[in-house]
Design a protein around this ligand. Structure first.
Ligand code: GLP
Length: 237
């Protein structure tokens, strides 16, 4: 696991964008695993600038997002589908048919989970996966206690996660109780992983990860078993 300490959110965003830029320059038809939340917004802005400057293109990229809320329409302002379009997809040359997010409104959610993993497998797996981290160590929406063996599945969100994500909803009561998320094992299949975390509230999670203890009580710790992970972090002192 490679640790890159940065001094600002902007620096984190640029360093992460550099890794994605290099990936797209080496392999324009990359399969990217993408994440939502406040952490990647700056990196997405940076990638938009670089695409508009002609340094990279998303025209051959296939993307898979980590997760989506259960029960929200794609068009809901709080859906991850909307988040991704507003922050990245609407501003770059990615093809809509190459964008994948789990469908939290699927009639048969279990079938949707299996189909999502099959779509990733059909694309020959994720080359580069971006992750944020929840204050309780969740990655995607894999909450503490989740088995490391899970593939894409339906999860019940913890109160801590629902509170953290309430800022994206008009009313905290509107935060869905469940989500569909790539599992820890689906995430671990990516060839390379970049995790970004900035700020005081991520301090404890960064310290737990640095302790080297691998436990299902702290989902991100499974990343210690992955051969190619870079953690870009800062603002935690
Ligand atoms: C949500 C997302 C995670 C994300 C986490 C942290 O729970 N499902 O993928 O990593 O929030 O978000 P933030 O980057 O806003 O701290």
């Amino acid at each position: 696991m490679k640790w890159l300490e940065v001094n600002s959110y902007d620096e984190m965003s640029k360093v992460a964008a550099d890794i994605f830029t290099k990936q797209l320059q080496v392999k324009p038809a990359s399969i990217l695993g993408l994440a939502t939340g406040g952490s990647p917004v700056g990196m997405y802005k940076e990638l938009v600038k670089r695409q508009q400057a002609g340094n990279i293109s998303f025209s051959d990229v296939i993307s898979f997002n980590l997760d989506e809320y259960v029960g929200l329409d794609q068009s809901s302002p709080a859906s991850y589908w909307t988040f991704m379009h507003e922050n990245l997809f609407n501003h770059v040359d990615i093809k809509e048919e190459n964008i994948h997010l789990p469908n939290g409104k699927a009639e048969d959610l279990d079938a949707e989970c299996a189909a999502y993993d099959a779509r990733i497998k059909g694309a020959e797996g994720i080359d580069l996966q971006l992750l944020g981290i929840g204050v309780n160590g969740h990655i995607g929406f894999n909450e503490p206690g989740t088995s490391f063996d899970t593939m894409t599945n339906i999860v019940e969100l913890t109160e801590s996660t629902r509170t953290e994500n309430a800022i994206y909803f008009d009313n905290s009561k509107d935060v869905p109780t469940h989500a569909i998320t790539m599992g820890i094992q689906s995430i671990m299949k990516a060839k390379e992983i970049v995790l970004i975390a900035f700020g005081e509230k991520k301090l404890e999670a960064m310290e737990k990860l640095k302790s080297g203890i691998i436990t299902e009580d702290f989902p991100a710790s499974q990343l210690l078993n992955h051969p190619n992970v870079t953690i870009i972090y800062g603002g935690t002192k």
